[in-house]
Design a protein around this ligand. Structure first.
Ligand code: SLL
Length: 170
């Protein structure tokens, strides 16, 4: 395949999680009564355009991303979760924070190896009580959703001609 020597192209992303503390009523209906939070981990486009979140819209990374794999803590059943279409996100419930391994697999035309990212799942508003202990649930519920996101750029060096065309057409 023909590589475009000397060309570097990148796509900005954000990855991370949002988490909310569950109320007693919400916990009641769960199969795992020890779960305290509902959270969503996601990889999204950081290209700031209107119409995001729409499949096929500006936030749709599927023109160059084929699959996002979220590897959860081993306490979860089937901890390796593959997401094969946008939005590249996963929602779960749980009780603890842990490191999520994120593997991004590109479309075959890219001829690029998958990349690995790591995200520390954040559930607790650690500063809400000004202490290093896990804030009590009532404090967490009052605090509202906890967000933890990182900006990054996926960099492609010497992309193939096909892939370069595909990237620049979006
Ligand atoms: C801790 N190192 O000890 C962390 C591990 C694991 C969290 C946290 C779900 C488990 C299930 C879950 O929240 N695991 O569904 O049984 O704090």
């Amino acid at each position: 395949r023909v590589r475009q020597r000397g060309i570097t192209i990148f796509r900005p992303i954000i990855y991370g999680n949002v988490a909310v503390a569950l109320t007693d009523a919400e916990r009641e209906v769960l199969s795992s009564k020890d779960h305290t939070h509902k959270w969503t981990v996601a990889v999204r486009s950081a290209a700031n355009k209107p119409d995001s979140d729409q499949v096929g819209g500006a936030d749709d990374l599927s023109y160059f991303i084929k699959r996002v794999t979220f590897k959860l803590h081993d306490t979860y059943p089937n901890p390796t979760r593959n997401i094969d279409k946008p939005p590249f996100e996963l929602t779960e419930t749980g009780w603890g924070e842990f490191e999520i391994q994120i593997r991004i697999t590109f479309v075959p035309e890219a001829g690029e190896k998958p990349i690995l990212l790591a995200h520390h799942l954040k559930l607790h508003p650690w500063t809400a009580t000004g202490e290093s202990e896990i804030p009590p649930l009532d404090v967490a519920i009052k605090h509202g959703p906890v967000n933890s996101w990182q900006y990054d750029e996926i960099v492609f060096n010497d992309p193939s001609a096909n892939f370069l065309t595909l990237l620049t057409q979006h």
